[in-house]
Design a protein around this ligand. Structure first.
Ligand SMILES: NC(=O)c1ccc[n+]([C@@H]2O[C@H](COP(=O)([O-])OP(=O)(O)OC[C@H]3O[C@@H](n4cnc5c(N)ncnc54)[C@H](O)[C@@H]3O)[C@@H](O)[C@H]2O)c1
Length: 247
C-alpha cells in the first residue's frame, strides 16, 4: 500500500478515466476527495462532493472541505473535461470560454489554492490529450483547453519545484464505455488495441509515486503508439478523401 496516509484530490472521478484513478488510489490505501457534476455516494476513504468545477464558489467549497478535514494534500489530479467543438460548428465564444474554464482555469485555481498545503513528496498530474499536439477539424474548444493545461504543467513545475512535481499524461483513444470496435479501429494502433481507463490510472499512480521522483514538467503520451504513425495518401490502404476532409 504505497499511498497509506496520503490525501489525493481528483476532479471528475464519477466515471471513465477519473473513476479508474480514484479506484487505483483507494486500492493503494489512500484517502480520496473528488468533485464531479454528478451526484454519488461517499464511502470508506472516499469523500464525493458534487459540484461544478467551472464555478469559483464550487471550487472554493471543494478546497475548504478538503483542508477542514485533512489540512494537507499529497496528490492533485486534474482530470475533469468535456469535449468542445469549434469553428466548423460555429461554436460560440462563450462555450469556448467555458471549456477553457473547466480544462485550464479550474486546474490553475485548484493548484493555487492547494499547493501551499502540499509537501516535499507531493505531486500534481494533469490529464491532457494527444489533441493538445495534433487535431481533427472542429475541435478548437477542446484543443485550446488542453494546450493551455500542457503549458500550465511545465510552468507550474518550475514555480512549485523543488517541493512539488507537476506532470501530465496525454491519452489517446481510451475506451470508457462499451462499444463495438472494428479490426481497423484496433489495428491502426501499433499495439493492436485501444486503451483502457486502467492504462491511464496506472501511469497516474506511477507519476504520483516516489519512483517518479526525478520526473517533473513532463508529459507522457499513452496512446498505443497511434500518434507515432506517419500517414501518407495510399499508405496501408488509407486514402485522403478531399471532400470529407476539406468540408
Ligand atoms: N477517453 C478518452 O479517449 C480520452 C482521450 C484523451 C484525453 N482524455 C481526457 O481524460 C480525462 C477523462 O476523460 P474521460 O473520457 O474519462 O471523460 P468522461 O466524460 O467519461 O468523464 C469526465 C467526468 O468529468 C465530470 N465533469 C464534467 N464537467 C464537469 C464540471 N464542470 N465539474 C465537475 N465535473 C465535471 C463528468 O461528470 C465526468 O464524470 C479528460 O480530461 C479527457 O479530456 C480522455
Amino acid at each position: 500500500m504505497r499511498f497509506s496516509d496520503k490525501v489525493i484530490v481528483v476532479t471528475g472521478g464519477a466515471q471513465g478515466i477519473g473513476k479508474a484513478i480514484v479506484d487505483a488510489f483507494l486500492a493503494e490505501g489512500a484517502f480520496v476527495f473528488m468533485m464531479d457534476l454528478q451526484h454519488g455516494q461517499s464511502a470508506a476513504n472516499l469523500v464525493w462532493i458534487q459540484g461544478d468545477l467551472t464555478l469559483d464558489e464550487d471550487r472554493k467549497f471543494f478546497v475548504d472541505e478538503i483542508l477542514k478535514s485533512k489540512r494537507k494534500v499529497d496528490v492533485l489530479v486534474n482530470n475533469a473535461m468535456v469535449f468542445t467543438t469549434g469553428l466548423r460548428s460555429h461554436t460560440p465564444t462563450e462555450a469556448i470560454r467555458k471549456a477553457i474554464e473547466l480544462g485550464a482555469i479550474a486546474p490553475y485555481d485548484l493548484i493555487l489554492q492547494l499547493s501551499e498545503s502540499m509537501n516535499e513528496s507531493s505531486s500534481i498530474i494533469n490529464l491532457l490529450s494527444t489533441r493538445a499536439f495534433q487535431s481533427q477539424a472542429d475541435s478548437e474548444g477542446y484543443a485550446m483547453a488542453k494546450g493551455a493545461l500542457g503549458s500550465l504543467t511545465h510552468a507550474a513545475a518550475l514555480s512549485l519545484g523543488p517541493k512539488v512535481r507537476v506532470n501530465a499524461i496525454a491519452p489517446g483513444w481510451i475506451q470508457t464505455k462499451p462499444s463495438t470496435l472494428s479490426d481497423s479501429d484496433l489495428l491502426q494502433h501499433p499495439v493492436g488495441r485501444v486503451g483502457t481507463p486502467g492504462d491511464i490510472a496506472k501511469a497516474v499512480v506511477f507519476l504520483a509515486s516516489e519512483d517518479a521522483g526525478f520526473i517533473t514538467g513532463e508529459t507522457i503520451t499513452i496512446d498505443g503508439g497511434m500518434s507515432k504513425r506517419m500517414i501518407y495518401h495510399h499508405d496501408e490502404g488509407w486514402t485522403f478523401a478531399t471532400k470529407e476532409n476539406h468540408g
